[in-house]
Design a protein around this ligand. Structure first.
Ligand SMILES: [Zn+2]
Length: 334
């Protein structure tokens, strides 16, 4: 019981022919961690039987020290992380990926409610995480189109039931928001999750131990259909930037969060901006962390010789909601 208490959630690693099950001696089906073997065949001597989610019964056996070489098994189980591909490559794959998907009516409704028009929704390329087609099937179609998914954040490898690996991605319901660079290329995808309990927004990224890779924290550049304001606005969140951009008639750069403002700077410089307006959420007045991020961003922009303003409005938390509600947004020099 001592060991159970010490390692309450250590994951089981599946056995393979070179690292067989220490209980039944076979190289498949069973698994172990550093102190328990989960054998699918031998019940004798087990301290516990557990019914797995697929209905099969696994027999848990305590392991004696030295019975297994877990680090060696884990080493073999790990699929090398890929180097993130250049933005040109990511853009090509993501464009074709989004073309294979569609936008669910409930997500279109959500975007309309946020203040975008049908035309803007189509133009910006939002798509739902597929609900019926399996991720591996979508991946297979991309590979058939000639794409290599190694180095494309969000995609990773799963192990097949009979050995080997296949490409897949996470399928938690939600919709994809393209994160574009200053040239309009899709450099990453953010997801608006249907179930916001683990966070409303999540990047399509990671799973480095499964051949996946990270997209970092890139800033999104939202370009409205018509630009009337030559100042560059800065807000938190790609979708917020898309919405604010349309109402303002200005290019809006969306940092992934208030704190990840650093990638905004090279974008602002590449766009050749002379004047920037910071439109962080209104909680910058009460949330010290957001307040600090705002001050740091402001100082960095000034260091590069930009004229800096701050957007001010009443009531709503975010500038997108304020603009969509028809409220007046003023800019004060800071
Ligand atoms: Zn076994």
């Amino acid at each position: 019981m001592q060991a159970e208490h010490r390692y309450p959630e250590e994951k089981f690693v599946r056995v393979n022919p070179s690292h067989p099950c220490p209980i039944c001696g076979r190289g498949d089906w069973c698994g172990y961690n550093s102190f328990i073997a989960s054998c699918m065949r031998v019940s004798e001597g087990a301290f516990k039987e557990v019914i797995l989610s697929n209905g099969q019964v696994a027999y848990l056996h305590w392991l004696e020290p030295g019975m297994v070489n877990l680090p060696a098994l884990m080493e073999e189980d790990t699929i090398t992380a890929a180097q993130t591909a250049p933005v040109e490559v990511r853009d090509r794959v993501y464009r074709d990926f989004l073309k294979l998907l569609y936008l669910h009516p409930r997500h279109r409704k959500d975007l309309l409610r946020r203040g975008l028009t049908e035309w803007e929704i189509r133009r910006n390329g939002y798509r739902s995480v597929p609900g019926t087609e399996a991720p591996w099937s979508v991946c297979r179609r991309l590979i058939r189109m000639g794409h290599d998914l190694a180095g494309i954040p969000g995609f990773y490898k799963a192990r097949g039931p009979h050995g080997g690996t296949y490409w897949t991605f996470d399928r938690q319901p939600g919709y994809f928001i393209p994160v574009r660079d200053e040239k309009g290329r899709i450099q990453a995808l953010q997801r608006r999750m249907d179930d916001a309990r683990g966070g409303k927004y999540k990047l399509f990224s990671g799973h480095k131990s499964r051949g996946g890779c990270s997209c970092g924290t890139p800033a999104h550049v939202a370009r409205p259909a018509k630009t009337e304001d030559r100042r560059i606005w800065i807000t938190e969140g790609p979708l917020k930037a898309d919405i604010a951009g349309e109402y303002l008639g200005a290019v809006v750069v969306g940092a992934l969060s208030a704190a990840t403002w650093r990638p905004v700077i090279p974008v602002i410089l590449a766009l050749g901006a002379k004047e920037a307006v910071i439109a962080y959420d209104r909680d910058l007045e009460t949330n010290p962390e957001v307040g600090r991020a705002y001050e740091a961003l402001k100082a960095e922009l000034k260091k590069h010789g930009l004229v800096v303003g701050r957007a001010v409005w009443n009531g709503k938390k975010g500038i997108d909601d304020a603009l969509a509600a028809g409220m007046e947004v003023r800019v004060v020099r800071v």
